[in-house]
Write a protein that binds this ligand. Sequence first.
Ligand code: FES
Length: 107
Amino acid sequence: MARITFVQPDGNRQVFDSGEDETVMLVGVRHNVAHLPADCGGQLACASCMVDVPEAWRDRVGPPGLDEGDMIEDALGSRPPGRRLSCQIAVSEALDGLEVLLPERQG
Ligand code: FES
């Protein structure tokens, strides 16, 4: 279990504990976090679960996978540093305390 903080574009913060074998997306969707439609349910097919990972967490979270990075670039025309698809971030105890920022617009 890990505690994850979701930061809205207006700075509003929501903090939730993960369940077993959840991704960051699933934690957020389970709590109806705004700006996180996650339309494909985690199938790596929609790019509507994007989050920005603060620089201090990027080493622990890791970079996007190949298909994930391509999907972000297709949606945005670029690959902003720290941008990830939250359905591809598996929560582990190593991510306890993670903060992710929700973008204004999803892909
Ligand atoms: S939920 Fe669709 S790509 Fe993450």
